[in-house]
Design a protein around this ligand. Structure first.
Ligand code: C2E
Ligand code: MG
Ligand code: MG
Length: 278
């Protein structure tokens, strides 16, 4: 199989040669220059109805020698070198171009590193890409980690306020991992909260995880914030979360992250099949 035919995470296998992968400023520059970064998409599902509501964009590095590399192997370096700004721009550009072709009801979520909160160009880049691709900012969900938003609260408050004023939706990515002060999040304009996959994976076996999910959903409800569970791998988890009142879900049970062509095929099949039961 050639590297380029690997189009979903199903086909991405750990590779022993990975140990030789060097990730530094120069290899990342080279990868950027040679268009080796690709955006994969994972669908988000309305748990009560089974309808697709949007996609999260997840970066992949199509390395000519080592195959498709996951963000764990390059995001931290890109954050240290400052190249995360270029990568985020690429995600915005690629993702907006992609959703322009889809039903305007569908949203697009993207991950924003804490460094980007300090990037004065972020708001302008988002605004100008919305204009260029005719995207209503309300379709765009900017996912921040709890830590990122709370690390530098005064600056975060300012930039998140601007983004919210300009129509973007703001989400917290790794909720339940220890930082959330929910009333603060409500004040900071968040409209969506992601339940971390570490809680979803253990919800059937750990009463602590289950309780944490229940209290997160209750608090989010009281603040008018939507909840989306990530890392759903089976229908027990999907049904359990729906019964606990979690509105949206994302995970391998529905689909792995896919390249653009596979995403379009997946979407067509999903919309056609009326038999899928959550
Ligand atoms: P995240 O934003 O929390 O993304 C969810 C991660 O869970 C993704 O890993 C996704 O592939 C994985 N996942 C989805 N469903 C399942 C499931 O059912 N089971 C399991 N075990 N995993 C599932 P991925 O793509 O490796 O991304 C890891 C992290 O890298 C992301 O976590 C995000 O923090 C970061 N990342 C990805 N793309 C970007 C980007 O464009 N910019 C920035 N700043 N960070 C990114
Ligand atoms: Mg995310
Ligand atoms: Mg997450």
């Amino acid at each position: 199989m050639s590297i380029d035919s690997r189009s979903t995470d199903d086909l991405i296998r750990p590779n022993h040669a990975d140990q030789a992968l060097v990730t530094n400023e120069s290899t990342l520059s080279n990868a950027l220059e040679n268009n080796q970064f690709a955006l994969f998409y994972q669908p988000q599902i309305d748990l009560p109805t089974g309808e697709v509501v949007g996609f999260e964009g997840l970066l992949r590095w199509r390395h000519p020698e080592y195959g498709v590399k996951l963000p764990d192997s390059f995001i931290a370096t890109a954050e240290q070198t400052g190249q995360i700004a270029q990568l985020t721009h690429l995600v915005i550009d690629t993702g907006f171009k992609f959703i322009e072709k889809l039903n305007p009801e569908l949203s697009f979520s993207l991950n924003i590193s804490s460094q980007c909160i300090r990037d004065n160009h972020l708001v302008d880049t988002l605004d100008s890409c919305c204009n260029a691709f005719h995207i209503d900012p309300h379709r765009v969900v900017l996912e921040f980690t709890e830590k990122a938003a709370l690390e530098n609260p005064v600056h975060a408050e300012d930039i998140l306020g601007q983004l919210k004023t300009n129509g973007f939706r703001l989400g917290i990515d790794d909720s339940g991992t220890g930082y959330t002060d929910m009333p603060d999040l409500g004040k900071m304009h968040f409209s969506e909260l992601k339940i971390d996959k570490s809680l979803v994976t253990t919800m059937e076996t750990s009463s602590k995880s289950r309780k944490s999910i229940i209290s997160t959903i209750a608090l989010a409800d009281s603040l008018g914030i939507a909840t989306i569970a990530e890392g759903i791998e089976n229908n027990l988890e999907a049904i359990g979360l729906r019964e606990l009142g979690c509105q949206f879900g994302q995970g391998y049970y529905f689909a792995r992250p896919m390249d653009e062509a596979d995403t379009l095929r997946w979407l067509e099949n999903w919309n056609k099949s009326s038999s899928f039961m959550i």
